[in-house]
Design a protein. Structure first.
Lengths: 380, 380
């Protein structure tokens, strides 16, 4: 790719990761060209992005965009059509929720290079996704800071590592006594100490469900048994994850907590590009990096997620759907903070899993879980 | 090399690095065979090693070894002959002092893979050594934990990094007030907080001269300008060094402070071998890793070394020789701890350097520096 512009398609361009991807593209205009943009409901921002980046392909439910597109000469396509278009070099999947699944599969089947930020894809359908990736010689590059760190540490190593060590900030409620956790408000839970992110992932970070989902993703991305994936609390969020090799040597990846670095690395890989807008670590500001074991009792979502991953089948899809609904119920004041974990647990306990499920069976489990969560919460 | 035993020659087999190399070989008998051993004055230990490892070639000044060799069928050769023998796959240069220079050059000219622990070689003659390495398609693999860490972090990266970050424990006198440093005894200076090493390198670690010499080595090994090599004090000696890349991402290598890991990595590269004798990091024991800038005023050897490296020519050879003599004068009670730096500085100030010196000119500068150091100390 040296010297040549890469044609990018961003699905979910108006969300947190989508906007930061566009910041990277803006900073490195000689290297990247926006060929396609897709967004959900934020039509105002999408129209602005179309004006600035003049993509050839756009996906939106909003017919009003037709007029902006007439001006820039763009064409309305489905997310799947954009993700698999022959002129697209790399697809950034920055949508949240299960809406990411179908365009990701389209991109994989077209043998694309896919930068994946969508958690649900691998959590719900990791077995299907990775088998399609192998079949179609596609490539999935991680955008999450943790998985990007692991991927960077694996660079050049020929053997399977002994262990992956996922770091976690611990969220805003690290060291809270159990009693205090019961009184946490949505407002408090939406303040993350190190990262600015969307609402659901911020709550998932506070319950540590997010770290559990990342363990499942790491399992699929790096073909690593669950027992060899360790979680380590590291409140400063400077070491983004580590890899322990067969000889006991460990490599860690460090940087300021800023998603633009892993995004840029996935887009420029195997090159690394200087970008003056990316912050660099100042060692005079970092006095110490600390580590501790996670508190599985105070944050039961962590074990729920790992167990769902180990049990496999449709459990991870149910975990994901139940958690999404439970987080909404918490944000709307219907359940308390500790209620998220207990609600998800009750849904998982009721679930009858399906081994090696098809996509349809995964989607059915997802629907069942949403209904079951609302029913158990007394909302239906 | 997979599946095939590697034939090793160890020069300096009775020293600290030599003995630890033999421990690695002992732990992995299916992978390595000792073809040659060379040692200086410790004939008793060398005779034991000959009995255990039955090397085909031995180098020693001590004619009494002839009888042990008659028993094992070994042959007495010079270090240079062993280092360049066609059947030797890798040469471990574990000698200390300038005695390592000539066999290293012999190994390079024979196009060998050289695992280098000898500091003087690159510090005194880096320009000549690296040019010979390129000319003869030889390979120098670092054995020092810091340079091994950098080398591991560079694995798989295609571009020149932005910065090397060498970590330093800070030695036993970290945070000592200036006045207290003047009263340091040899006995105190010989106790290093994290590493067990030979006498000179232990004192050099206490003055931070050792870190300065490592900066010069890193400059040559990784072709990195001095201004892009940073030193960071990290008292726990868990992160052995780091590399900052063009995009600001940093990789660090972590392990317990045990020289057997970098030794084994150099011998097994590009493979990593499981070795149950190597300690692994227990994260429940590591609470925090701390960092601070070095105190250049209290430890002037650091700046002296970096400046000698930057000025080049015969300055680094003079630095190295003057320091060796000054350390001896300190250990024998002739000068104080802070006298080491001031004595080395006075020798450097008196020196008339030679740009791009030949080996003979480097050796002449070394001799001059030893004489000058003794004279300035009033010992001659």
């Amino acid at each position: 790719m040296e010297g040549k512009k890469r044609n990018l398609a961003i699905l979910g361009s108006t969300g947190s990761i989508g906007k930061q991807t566009l910041q990277v593209v803006r900073a490195l205009p000689d290297r990247f060209r926006i060929l396609g943009l897709a967004a959900g409901t934020n039509t105002t921002l999408l129209a602005k992005q179309i004006n600035e980046f003049r993509p050839r392909f756009v996906s939106s439910q909003d017919r009003r965009l037709k007029s902006s597109l007439a001006e820039t000469g763009g064409e309305l396509l489905s997310p799947e059509e954009i993700a698999s278009h022959p002129e697209v070099d790399a697809v950034i999947i920055a949508t949240s929720g299960k809406a990411g699944l179908s365009p990701t599969l389209a991109a994989i089947r077209a043998g694309k290079c896919i930068a994946l930020a969508n958690k649900e894809t691998l959590v719900m359908a990791g077995e299907i996704i990775m088998s399609e990736v192998r079949k179609n010689a596609a490539q999935i590059l991680p955008l999450d800071s943790e998985h990007s760190a692991i991927w960077q540490c694996l660079n050049g190593e020929r053997q399977k590592p002994a262990k992956l060590i996922l770091t976690a900030s611990g969220g805003p409620f690290l060291h809270y006594p159990a009693e205090q956790l019961t009184r946490v408000t949505p407002r408090e839970a939406l303040k993350h100490p190190s990262w600015r992110m969307g609402r659901r992932v911020t709550i998932d970070s506070a319950t540590l469900m997010n770290k559990g989902l990342e363990v499942i993703e790491a399992h699929w991305l790096f073909d690593m048994p669950f027992e060899n994936i360790k979680i380590l609390i590291h409140p400063q969020s400077i070491i983004h994850s580590m890899v322990e090799f067969q000889d006991g040597s460990i490599k860690a990846q460090l940087s300021c907590p800023d998603m633009r670095l892993p995004i840029q690395y996935a887009l420029s890989y195997p090159e690394r590009l200087p970008n003056p807008q990316l912050p660099r670590i100042s060692w005079d500001k970092i006095k110490s990096l600390s580590f501790e074991e996670p508190d599985y009792d105070s944050f039961p979502c962590l074990k729920l997620a790992i167990k769902a991953g180990e049990n496999g089948g449709t459990y991870p899809a149910v975990l994901c759907a139940a958690d999404e609904v439970a987080v909404e119920l918490f944000l709307s004041g219907h359940i308390g903070f500790v209620g998220i974990a207990s609600l998800v647990k009750r849904v998982l306990d009721q679930h009858k899993t399906q081994a090696h499920p098809s996509l349809e069976e995964i989607m059915a489990a997802d629907n069942w879980a949403r209904e079951a969560t609302l029913k158990l919460a007394g909302e239906k």
